[in-house]
Design a protein around this ligand. Structure first.
Ligand code: PLP
Length: 451
């Protein structure tokens, strides 16, 4: 489409460097400018309607245009638009949200630390556990294990946790102290004839080998998304987490659950830690915490970690970490109201109730000649495209057909996300069965156009 001179699109090309965008391609195509949203729909500046099949970036749980969140933000803006939480200062919304998170957490955590984004949260977790291990007199226990295809963010340290080439290539990453183990994607990485159970055992064995190679006394923590999101929506084998946790306990390695995407109902329960019976020492949540109406992330830690950190602050004088906008009053007020809406409207239960229609509907595409695997749980899923179903061969260049399908989806009024040659789905939790049917119909049309 031609970009009109001096239009917002032309100015976007002239002035904005976009995240996760091929800048040269953007100069040719220009932006898609979204003007407004309502429920599961967004509308571009030409008025065209789309189903937002990824809830923005896996995040708008309550849908677009939720007046209660607007009102909560406006009320807090009027009363106290900003205050910080450094040096003993506090304000009510952050206190109430911390209390609420600890009440609904999947285990007994003791404290909450707020940041503005998931990346900052994971960066904070790294520093927090380094601080903790220094406090405990084991300064050598600093390495983090994460997984190939994991996504934990893009700061220097959180991008080092991330296990995707695009986030490290060209950036001189990963940093030292970050090591990666195998991805639990059975379809791609299992041996011929290997059952899910055998695959999970093999991966737990590989993890143990890595720990022994690196030295257990050098490893602080293992971090994982219960269901991997940006790496392609990888649903682990049923016994994977049980086996991983057994290895971590054996070597005194802490477990960090990154629920930035999974938290707040994505996998059928409030927390994916409940779905997969995971008992983390640290839990990170963001995105659906405020439905992303305001930037906010929260880290929950056990009392054991807190006590170590607190003792050390006494010795050093302070916990020398925090952001100007940590625990922002407007963001925490919006988070509180968002959780209230999720509870009052029983959105977790709703998501679990409509999930079978969504998952079964998507699985109908498994027979399509381009589809290698359909995978997912609750209201998160992916369809992986292949050039040859039998050999599972992908495409050259990698991601080209995924991008093509993504563009056909947009023509049919459906916004998804292409992750290589997989297409990800993560609709708002409020989606109705009728809207799920529309989403599936639009996807089917786009898939047929891709053939
Ligand atoms: N962790 C996970 C699992 C994520 O999916 C993301 C973002 O998609 C992050 C961390 C980073 O969050 P942010 O983009 O808010 O920095």
């Amino acid at each position: 489409m031609a970009v009109r001179p001096n239009s917002p699109a032309a100015k976007d090309i002239a002035y904005v460097l976009h995240p996760y965008t091929n800048a040269r391609r953007h100069e040719e195509t220009g932006p898609m400018i979204i003007g407004r949203g309502e429920g599961v729909h967004v509308y571009d500046d030409q008025g065209k309607e789309y189903i937002e099949g990824l809830a923005g970036l896996w995040s708008v749980a309550v849908g677009f245009g939720e007046q209660r969140l607007v009102d909560a933000a406006a009320k807090q803006m009027q009363q106290l638009p900003y205050y910080h939480s450094f040096a003993h200062k506090s304000h009510e919304p952050s206190i109430l949200l911390a209390e609420k998170l600890l009440e609904i957490a999947p285990r007994d955590f003791s404290k909450v630390f707020f940041t503005n984004s998931g990346s900052e949260a994971n960066d904070t977790v790294i520093k927090l556990l380094w601080f903790y291990n220094n406090a405990k007199g084991r300064p050598e226990k600093k390495k983090f294990i994460s997984r190939i295809k994991a996504y934990h963010g893009i700061t220097l340290a959180s991008a080092s946790l991330t296990g995707l080439p695009a986030n490290q290539k060209g950036f001189d990453l990963p940093l030292d102290r970050f090591v990666h183990t195998a991805c639990p994607h059975h379809y791609r990485f299992a041996w011929e004839g290997e059952s899910e159970e055998e695959f999970a055992s093999r991966l737990a064995g590989q993890l143990e080998d890595l720990i022994l190679r690196e030295g257990p006394e050098t490893i602080a923590a293992f971090i994982g998304e219960p269901v991997m999101g940006a790496g392609g929506v990888i649903v682990p084998p049923r016994t994977y987490w049980e086996k991983v946790q057994k290895v971590l306990r054996k070597y005194d390695i802490l477990l960090v659950a990154d629920e930035v995407i999974n938290g707040f109902g994505r996998t059928g329960n409030l927390w994916a830690c409940q779905t997969y019976d995971i008992k983390p020492d640290v839990l990170v949540t963001s995105k659906q915490l405020t439905s992303s109406y305001m930037p906010l992330a929260a880290i929950m830690i056990t009392d054991e970690i807190y006590q170590g950190v607190a003792d050390y602050t006494k010795e050093l004088g302070t916990f020398g970490h925090g952001y100007t906008t940590s625990a922002h009053p407007v963001a925490t007020a919006v988070g509180l109201e968002n959780i209230k809406i999720i509870e009052e409207r029983k959105l977790i239960e709703h998501a679990a109730a409509v999930a079978p229609r969504f998952q079964e509907g998507l699985r109908r595409f498994a027979d399509h000649p381009l589809v290698g695997e359909v995978r997912g749980v609750g209201l998160i899923a992916a369809v992986e495209l292949v050039s040859d179903k039998k050999s599972k061969a992908g495409f050259e260049p990698v991601g080209s057909v995924g991008l093509h399908l993504f563009e056909r989806c947009q023509e049919h009024g459906l916004i998804l996300r292409n992750l290589g040659d997989a297409i990800a789905f993560c609709p708002p939790l409020i989606i109705s069965e009728q809207e799920i049917d529309q989403l599936l119909e639009r996807f089917g049309q786009a898939l047929d156009d891709t053939l």
